[in-house]
Design a binder for this molecule. Sequence first.
Ligand SMILES: CC(C)(COP(=O)(O)OP(=O)(O)OC[C@H]1O[C@@H](n2cnc3c(N)ncnc32)[C@H](O)[C@@H]1OP(=O)(O)O)[C@@H](O)C(=O)NCCC(=O)NCCS
Length: 503
Amino acid sequence: MLVPTPERGSRKNKKEEKRRIARIGANPFARIRAIRRFLFLIPTHHDKNLPLPYDVSMSKPDPNLPSAGPDRCVHWFRQATPYIHAHRGRTFVIAFGGEAVAEAGFSELVHDLALLHGLGIRLVLVHGARPQIEERLERRGAALHYVKGLRVTDAEALACVKEAAGAVRVEIEALFSLGLANSPMAGVRIPVASGNFVTAKPLGVLDGIDYRHTGVVRRIDRASLRWRLDDGAVALMSPIGYSPTGEVFNLSAVDMASSAAIALGADKLIFLLEEPGVADASGGLISNLLGQDVEALLTDAPDMPEELAQSLRAGAHACIQGVERVHLIGRRTLGALLRELFTHDGAGTMITASPYEELRPARIDDVGGILELLRPLEQQDILVRRSRERLETEIDRFSLMERDGMVIACVAIHCFPAADLAELACVAVHPDYRSRARGDKLLEYVVAIARRQGIGRLFVLTTQTAHWFCERGFEPVGLEELPLEKQALYNYRRNSKVFIKTL
Ligand SMILES: CC(C)(COP(=O)(O)OP(=O)(O)OC[C@H]1O[C@@H](n2cnc3c(N)ncnc32)[C@H](O)[C@@H]1OP(=O)(O)O)[C@@H](O)C(=O)NCCC(=O)NCCS
């Protein structure tokens, strides 16, 4: 049954918010959320305190989205366009358990993966096979032993591992080969490449326990994988590795995925899990985590499901080793993978090495993204029109916030040290990302730059945003307060109001 999510700002929600704030001091999960909030890292869906497990139909409807019909499809495509461009040519390593393969809905996941391949994403898939292995052991009247979450693979278990991994691989290859006229993959030919990509070594003897044929990754054959990807294939990795002595080892799919992502320098490592993501103590989904916070989170949550804990640990490690983004997504949520990759709210938990929306100085290759953000505001006469050439010349004055390759906010500062003034210009936040204090953050950032240069006052010229600046300590002044060179350029047709803030 679906539980309706309270609207943001409703009385019920405000009460819940107060309770949540009261919990923050004592609760480590809430503390992490509070830090994330402070760092402006939390997208909207985080605030909804989604109960887990949840369903996509519970998310708040977008008021700008047509309710039905072809318009909705056009709107969806347009909002997804920046993500389509950003993901093209990128390498994603996607891991999923044998549980996903065993379910009837698995073909839908394969269709989504085929779509990603069609959009130019280089895919490396890593599958698990735990239920398939256990089923085979059960049939033989044997059992797979686990010690501290690590499996012990004896000769009989290894035979089951080989059989199960082979069967799952064939199943996946068959689904990728499906091209019936009435299927979403009609007319598509997707080559799938599997092979001996992983060199393994034995886990060995730990605390007196010999783990026998359970192994760990020693090396990933990066060149072979890249060659398959360059050739347009989807690379498929089974949880098996081979040693130079010719032995076969049973590996953890999670570690294998993390090792492959690190070796390839993948842009994303994605775990499709039984859980919808990482939940905080109140059951809300944690949208963003820093790699460095993961260990503390694991220590504070000793009861976390094993698969989730392993993925968190492996994901944090991959982040520290240079994988830009790690996503933990619940595979049971309809279309969760596509939502995470192609909507600004996402659907799971993302781990990054550094704050997700770090403000940084703009570079020359950001000009296109900044223009895309500013053009609609120029057309509405909110901002003065700037040519590409002018923007290129003045790029050193700009700073921006980037999210998944898309410029979502920018600001420029132009210093007039002789007049003890700096101009704040081109403050803009993408409409989808407003009202979450990003504007305040841009302002704080520019104030810090001005202060560092020993400048004591900030001015702005505005036609439609006067109140926003007044509420942040700007005061109306006459044109004569501006530096002379700025007065000379004043556009009387625009008739902008002038405001100054003393720092
Ligand atoms: C102004 C702007 C940068 C604020 O960005 P933001 O990330 O939404 O800012 P914050 O979250 O810090 O502030 C949001 C608050 O500002 C208010 N606000 C937004 N635009 C406003 C405007 N033109 N006048 C008055 N208040 C405004 C919002 O209503 C909200 O207030 P509320 O929470 O009380 O409802 C953003 O709205 C924007 O890009 N506007 C278009 C460009 C623009 O006007 N730039 C200034 C050119 S001089």
